[in-house]
Design a protein around this ligand. Sequence first.
Ligand SMILES: [Zn+2]
Length: 248
Amino acid sequence: MKKGIVWIAAISLALAGVTGEGHHAEHKHWGYKGEVSPAHWAQINPKFRMCKLGANQSPVNLNRFIDAKLPKLKIYYAGIAFDVVNNGHTVKVNTKGRDEVVVDGITFTLKQFHFHTPSENTIDSRQYPMEAHFVHQSKDGEYLVIALMFKEGKENKVLQKLLNDVSPKVGEVKKLHEMFNPGELFPKKLDYYRYDGSFTTPPCTEGVRWIVLKKPVEASRQQIVKLHKIMGNNNRPTQPLKARVILR
Ligand SMILES: [Zn+2]
């Protein structure tokens, strides 16, 4: 008899899961405002605990510099940006093909890039109106992010190719009419800062190599406003550097 009751309970739990009616912790969303804002991320889900406990979190204010002879950044991008989506946290562009960068002798492949308005990292306390993150992963699952700052200026023709197709509707994936090599967004001079950090979104995983390009590129006010209208303020506040230094 008892066994039967347990079974019924198990079945109803399973059904709740299937129909999405269960109130499980993982169904709770994180965001940038109110009770799901960055200060509360660690409480939303135990998997997000690093957001609070981590000692090497991103973004940061880059201001404790060490002069290092950093090797020239070599970006080998041969793939394409092929679709764009507002995933509810950011506008993300998926990429395909061989887009690689080699750092520390490790090959990292570009997976996607996305935007934050305003910038998340700040340089000597200067915040830019927009920052793009190019997220790369190695064969062993290590992460490297290249951060590119945007300042207000003339229209950015490459950026416009994705702005033409992006839908504000959450989850609506749009194929790009004009696919392009993501490397076209980078400035000619690839001088950079480097530090060890984390994802700037839950689960705030650490061990991420951060490359922040020194030279910003331009985008028009209208272009930045268009992305900001879709994403809102989606910047996590800067996190303490603690024991870290920034290589330049
Ligand atoms: Zn990001």
